[in-house]
Design a protein around this ligand. Sequence first.
Ligand SMILES: Cc1cc2nc3c(=O)[nH]c(=O)nc-3n(C[C@H](O)[C@H](O)[C@H](O)COP(=O)(O)OP(=O)(O)OC[C@H]3O[C@@H](n4cnc5c(N)ncnc54)[C@H](O)[C@@H]3O)c2cc1C
Length: 491
Amino acid sequence: MKMRNKVIIVGGGISGLATAHRFCELQRGGSRPLEITILEAKPRLGGVIETWNKDGFLMEGGPDSFISEKPAAQELSARLGIASEILDTNDKLRRSFIYKKGKLIAVPEGFYLIAPSQIRAFLMTPLLGLMTKLRMGCELFIPRRKTLGDESVAGFVRRRFGETLLKQVAQPMIGGIYTADPEHLSLGATMPQFQELERRYGSVIRGLLSRRKQRSKHAAQTASGPRYSLFLSFRGGMETLTRAVRDHLPGVRVKISSEVTGIHRGSEGWNVTTRSGEFFEADALCLALTAHHAVPLLSGVAPELSRELQGIPYESVATVNLAYHRADIPHPLNGFGFVVPAFAQRRIVACSFSSVKFHGRAPEGKVLLRAFVGGALHREVYALDDQAMEQAVREELRHYLGVEKAPFFSFVRRYPHTMPQYQVGHTELVNKIRGKLAAFPGLYLAGNAFRGIGVPDCVKWAETTAESMHQFFEKGDSPFKDVRETVPLKG
Ligand SMILES: Cc1cc2nc3c(=O)[nH]c(=O)nc-3n(C[C@H](O)[C@H](O)[C@H](O)COP(=O)(O)OP(=O)(O)OC[C@H]3O[C@@H](n4cnc5c(N)ncnc54)[C@H](O)[C@@H]3O)c2cc1C
């Protein structure tokens, strides 16, 4: 048998890059001479992670931050030597707003996506009416769900906290993260921590209060070392991460503008062809792509696997960065931004006050705002052309923030079919995909379609994939290692 030594990774977003990086780390010092190639369709690496600098502004097209609760991105940064570049949010204004009846109202302190963990702040907030607060209080007495199995986020919130909380708070807060319709969004795949709280404490609120107590006790005992805020970025923007990974891939061949158009099984591995007619052989092949990009590549060689991947739908989103003089915005901008409930029938999903959230995003006296547009509940806004989309966003900002003046520049960036929708039953579907994949030794799947869409989720999954690939080369082990579900509890 010939010696296995060729790896191809298709896709140069954070998933493909982190897979390559972890694989290189694991191979370091090994005696086997490996050939690792990344093939990326676009003329740049990074995928949806894109940062631009213009006239002293620092703008993000895709993700503008990552959460500190899931440590994979921070741990990777530390190994890359860029931990000192990590940027905390502005600690004086750590709060955000929800749109309600023409006003932006602060999310009460300690409110965790669907439930409060600080009773006083919850009771005092004008965000929720008395009846909604009373209904939410009943959550403490609502019995656990008897049946096991997945349910929709909307079903869960409605059952435990009532319709109004779902419409006014849970939908916009969750919608801002997943750009999904909560009626279809899988609770088990996106927020298993709430399922767990219900199961363990019989009530989400009771569980959050109890965990908060435990955490403050623990914090008091271990009050040392740096404490990060929930959201983090890098001084130089999110591209700092993908650039640093790229700079730490010794010996890896990176081919940009190389769209993979065909995958075939060779006599001893995988054959890969690109649109420009290049041909590559691989012992291990990792597709670090959105599921819908992997579907046509696998349809000939693994039709059943390809069909299962088709079951993961995607939504399109856009961001609009707008640069203003501070004096042109009447609103105090005393927070990180706001989200808008879909039932209000407005045209943006959310808006970040980017230069308030993170230092260094705008020059002195200027402000950078970033609107989030599209997703499952606002497809009609994504369908507008760039000019109409910018106009729609400006009209929205006039409504929320009183901005009459035009921005001195704006920047529309589109991400078609990039947001996977983890629908009810997603975890089962991923297990099915894993089962089908097991029939193809040397074939791997990374990317945001499976175990989480955030940057830390993608890094973690990519690193797990690299570890499986490493085992494949070392021992010829099964290519799709069973991975523990690790979505830590927040709040
Ligand atoms: C607008 C937006 C905002 C977001 N905000 C946040 C946030 O604030 N925090 C957070 O944690 N996450 C956020 N996310 C989610 C997160 O950024 C993504 O899930 C993650 O970056 C996806 O990385 P990836 O490498 O899996 O996929 P991608 O970045 O999509 O990379 C896949 C790559 O594969 C390439 N490719 C496709 N087909 C082929 C082919 N046939 N041959 C070769 N190459 C191919 C593509 O060109 C692309 O470069 C956001 C996403 C978007 C779009």
